[in-house]
Design a binder for this molecule. Structure first.
Ligand code: SAM
Length: 379
């Protein structure tokens, strides 16, 4: 009788039916115990046993090779050939058709018998496979090992770009623009007391600490009479921001930020249900009376321009530009505690304003200074 193959933990690798019949009839079946098998080893063993024992048609052999290639596209043709018991030219042919159909990615290098592993990118069609190849090239040595998807590669490539950009020297800024690294709660805001026409606040939304109250106090201190504070609050943490700012300033209005493009986020907030949120609230407070020469459009529909903030927290800079344009005039002071990158870029896109931005993150500040210096450079 052909022995059954059993892993050390008792899982039957080959001969399940024979095993069941033997158990049913109280027979002893010859067994080969194979020790310490990973999931991949088990799949390899099943593949080998199936290929060698069964009389497969050419199409079935190609299908098995395709299955093995989909599982480990990084393996060299010769490795797959050895595993499946076919000629390596057959493997190359099957690989080509899978690559043409976008089922596996064309990898310039593959893992051979040396065991060195290269990333395996799960792609969904040819355009994604091309994007993955470009991202792998960009990541070079920083590409991760093992199975990844294109989204992960995009995030890693973005992080690498941001880090490269932030690693350079500090950029010089014009005298009307200050962007500094500091904790807003420790920063000395006295030089700006009562001078700002607009404060833009986009702090981490769901932090359970004194930040909302501290920021409300800062805004109250720096705003001039009838000055305005625009506060990005998120949905779930809106009550905390309303409460903190409502104590110091007068609540005026809710602006709705409808970002087009990839502005939609799947957020959980306080609720257990996932919510696909297509807008973000901006709470408007005033220190006195909300006065604006310009008509205020309370639904802001601008394209999302994500991709600047190292943690992916960007607000669209065009949206910020509109806020500055609506609430301030040339010569006015705009402050932004927790300014990030895009908020700073958006403020300076409105020419002639004085700007003070503060952020605690060294990388963010370097990036903000660079992007702002670039944006205000005379052309
Ligand atoms: C939501 S992000 C702001 C994103 C920004 N609007 C943009 O478009 O890039 C919040 C920022 O607050 C900064 N931050 C958090 N706590 C801070 C603190 N105590 N003092 C200063 N900055 C802080 C973070 O470094 C982060 O850049």
């Amino acid at each position: 009788m052909v022995p059954i193959l059993v892993a050390q933990d008792g899982e039957v690798i080959d001969g399940r039916l024979r095993h069941e019949i033997a158990v049913e009839h109280g027979l002893t079946c010859p067994k080969i115990l194979v020790g310490r098998l990973t999931d991949e080893d088990r799949a390899d063993l099943r593949l080998a046993v199936n290929l060698y024992r069964r009389h497969l048609t050419q199409a079935q052999v190609r299908e098995l090779v395709a299955w093995d290639l989909r599982r480990r596209p990084e393996a060299s043709d010769r490795c797959v050939a050895k595993r499946t018991g076919v000629n390596h030219r057959t493997v190359a042919g099957v690989r080509r058709s899978l690559e043409e159909r976008g089922e596996i990615l064309h990898l310039p290098e593959r893992a051979g018998a040396d065991g060195k592993r290269y990333p395996v990118v799960i792609t969904n069609g040819e355009p994604q496979a091309r994007a993955a190849a470009r991202l792998l090239h960009e990541l070079g040595e920083d590409a991760p090992d093992g199975h990844v998807n294109v989204r992960t590669l995009k995030t890693l490539a973005h992080k690498k770009r941001v880090e490269a950009e932030a690693s350079g020297p500090e950029a010089e800024l014009p005298t009307n623009i200050t962007i500094i690294r500091a904790d807003v709660m420790k920063y000395d805001w006295s030089p700006y007391e009562g001078r700002a026409r607009l404060a833009i606040v986009d702090a981490p939304w769901e932090r359970d600490d004194d930040l909302p109250r501290a920021l409300a106090e800062i805004c109250h201190k720096v705003l001039a009479e009838n000055g305005v504070a625009c506060v990005y609050s998120g949905q779930a943490s809106m009550p905390a921001w309303l409460e903190a700012f409502g104590r110091m300033l007068k609540y005026e209005w809710l602006l709705v930020s409808l970002n087009t493009g990839d502005g939609k986020v799947r957020c959980h907030g306080a609720a257990k249900t996932p919510i696909c949120s297509a807008f973000r609230p901006i709470l408007v407070f005033s220190k006195g009376v909300l006065r604006s020469e310009k008509m205020i459009q309370d639904v802001l529909r601008v394209p999302a321009d994500k991709g600047n903030h190292p943690q992916g927290w960007d607000q669209p800079s065009e949206e910020v530009r509109r806020l500055v344009d609506t609430f301030t005039a040339v010569g006015d002071l705009v402050v932004s505690p927790c300014c990030g990158v895009n908020t700073a870029v958006g403020v300076v896109a409105c020419a002639g304003r004085e700007f003070v931005g503060v952020d605690a993150d060294v990388q963010v500040v370097k990036l903000a200074r660079r992007r702002v210096a670039e944006a205000v450079k005379p052309r």
